[in-house]
Ligand binder design. Structure first.
Ligand SMILES: *[C@@H]1O[C@H](CO)[C@@H](O)[C@H](O)[C@H]1NC(C)=O
Ligand SMILES: *[C@@H]1O[C@H](CO)[C@@H](O)[C@H](O)[C@H]1NC(C)=O
Length: 164
């Protein structure tokens, strides 16, 4: 086999190991509030094949908002612009308007790895608090009814109720 071909294959293999892919052997992927930051939570298999382990990765350690998009950046503090309650999870993709008119998004599966049962980005390893699995979930893909819409709906129902 040609040496150049081998070198190219090795480089590609190294590149593909460089990041991402946690979704392949993690489940229950969700967002939680971790010290006021967006935490990515998942239950991931370790190499020993024991029960999947729950861990929470502070995504502020993984992404920045570069005034255009949410992009991978070590200790990038993306929550500075993409505030916690506005960040939603859709599969493995996080979405937020980041204070702009147009939604931004990034697929966490392109960066975050499963490091033997624990989520990791760059050099940051996720935490595994005892209540990891029971912490309430944030920002699901499907939007909840915003409170103002609910209030309007109830007011209209009330007015119609009086008339009937
Ligand atoms: C995690 O996912 C598994 C398999 O999909 C499910 O059986 C289990 O109830 C989930 N656990 C939690 C805490 O959501
Ligand atoms: C992977 O995690 C398991 C369970 O936590 C542990 O027993 C094992 O030693 C770890 N393996 C490596 C290579 O770190």
């Amino acid at each position: 086999m040609n040496l150049h071909f081998l070198i190219i294959v090795s480089i590609l293999a190294l590149r593909s190991n460089a990041g991402g892919g946690y979704a392949a052997n993690c489940n229950n992927i969700s967002l939680v509030d971790t010290n006021g930051h967006t935490g990515l939570r998942a239950q991931c298999a370790s190499t020993t094949g024991t029960d999947p382990q729950c861990s929470i990765l502070d995504l502020n350690a993984c992404y920045t908002y570069d005034n255009h998009d949410i992009t991978p950046h070590e200790q990038g503090n993306f929550n500075n612009r993409c505030r916690l309650p506005t960040v939603h999870l859709d599969g493995t993709t996080i979405r937020s308007y980041c204070g702009t008119k147009f939604p931004k998004h990034v697929d966490t599966n392109e960066l975050v790895v499963n490091d033997n049962g624990t989520l990791k980005c760059f050099e940051t390893v996720a935490i595994t608090p005892p209540d990891c699995a029971s912490q309430p979930q944030l920002g699901r893909g499907s939007r909840r009814l915003p409170p103002i819409t609910a209030i309007l709906f109830l007011s209209i129902a009330f007015i119609l109720g009086i008339r009937m």
